[in-house]
Design a binder for this molecule. Sequence first.
Ligand code: GN1
Ligand code: MG
Length: 355
Amino acid sequence: MIEFIRQVVLPQFGIDAASATISRLGNGHINHTFLVTDSVSKIVLQRINTSVFTLPDVVVNNAAKISRHLSSKRQNNQYSLHVVSPVVTSSGALSLNLDKQGFWRAIDYIDYSHTIEVVTQAQQAEVAAYAFGHFAAVLSDMPSDSIVDVIPNFLNLPLRINQLTHAVTGDPHSRLSVCQKWADFVLSQTDILLMLADFEAKLPKRICHNDTKINNMLFDKRDMSSLAIIDLDTCMSGYLMYDFGDMVRAFCSPEPEDSTALNHVYARPEIIISATNAYVKALNTIITPLEKQSLWLGIKVMALMLGTRFLTDYLNGDVYFTIVHPQHNLDRAINQLTIYQSLIKQEPQLMPLFS
Ligand code: GN1
Ligand code: MG
C-alpha cells in the first residue's frame, strides 16, 4: 500500500512524493492511518474504511464543519486546544475518491504530539477529561442537527444487544461454545436497558465525539498538557453520558483494551474520580443536573456496549474490527465485560459521586 500511496495518492495532495516518508500511525481498528512527511510539511493521511463508513463524503464534511466551528472559537479565545483541520487536495477537495483503490483524506499533523494507550496516573485522566469536556462545551452551541448521523444508531445499546442475539442464534463460525458464558452474561443485563430508556427520554441531545478513548487526545510531549482532540469521524448527535462513559471506560483500567491479564483489569476508583471532576468542571455552565446524574449510567453502558460489539464481531467472524490474531475480538470483549463487572461491584461507592 505504501508504494501506491507514494505514486498515486500523494501527488494529488500536493506532496513531493519522491522525498516523502510514509509510516503507519496509531492503533485505529477501522481506518488505515499514515504519517506522511516531506521537506515542508507533515500530514496525516487516511484511507477510510467504506464498509464501516458507508457515506465517507458525509464523514469528511462533518469533520470539516466541526473543525471550522472549533477554529472560529479558538480565534475568539474560547477554545484552548489545537484544531485538526482537513488538508485539501490540489483541486481543493476534502477527499480523493479512487473507488476500489480507496477513499482518501488528509488532516493536519500536530507537532510535539504524543499519545498514550493506557492512563498510568490520575493526572493524565484529569488533563484528558478536562480536554474532552472543553471540546463538548465548545460544541454545545452548534445545533445537534447541523451534522449528519454518519452511522445511524451507532451507540444504541438495545440494537447492539439484538445484534449479539442474532449472532448467538446463527453462530455462523461455530464459536459460541467458546464464549457462551459471556454471551449469556450480556443477555442477562436487561435492567440497564430500562434505566437507559428512562434517561434518554429526558436528556438533551448534543453534538458528541463518540470515540473518546485516551488515544484520541493528543498530549504535548514537552509537558504532557493537552494539545488536541483528534478523530472527529464519529462526531454525531448523542448524549453527554456516552462521551463521558466511553472516556471513563477507556481511562479506568490499568491494562490495554485487549489485555488478557484479567487479574489486573478493573475500574480504578481514583481515575474515575479525577476524570469526573475534571469533565464536570469543564462543562460547569452547560451540564444539567440530570446529565450529571446520567454520567454513571454512561460508564456502565459504554463498557457493556463495547464488550457486546467485540463479542458480536467475534461470533460473526471478525468482519468489523481489525484483528491481529483470531482470539483478538474475544479478548477485547472479555476485557470490556470485566471492566463492566468491576463497575457494578463498586457501584455503591461510586454512584453517589454523580448525585
Ligand atoms: C473503533 O477505529 P477506532 O479505534 O477509532 C470504533 C469505536 C470503538 C473503538 C474501540 C467507527 O474506533 O467505536 O470504541 O474502536 N469505531 C467505529 O477501541 O466503530
Ligand atoms: Mg475512531
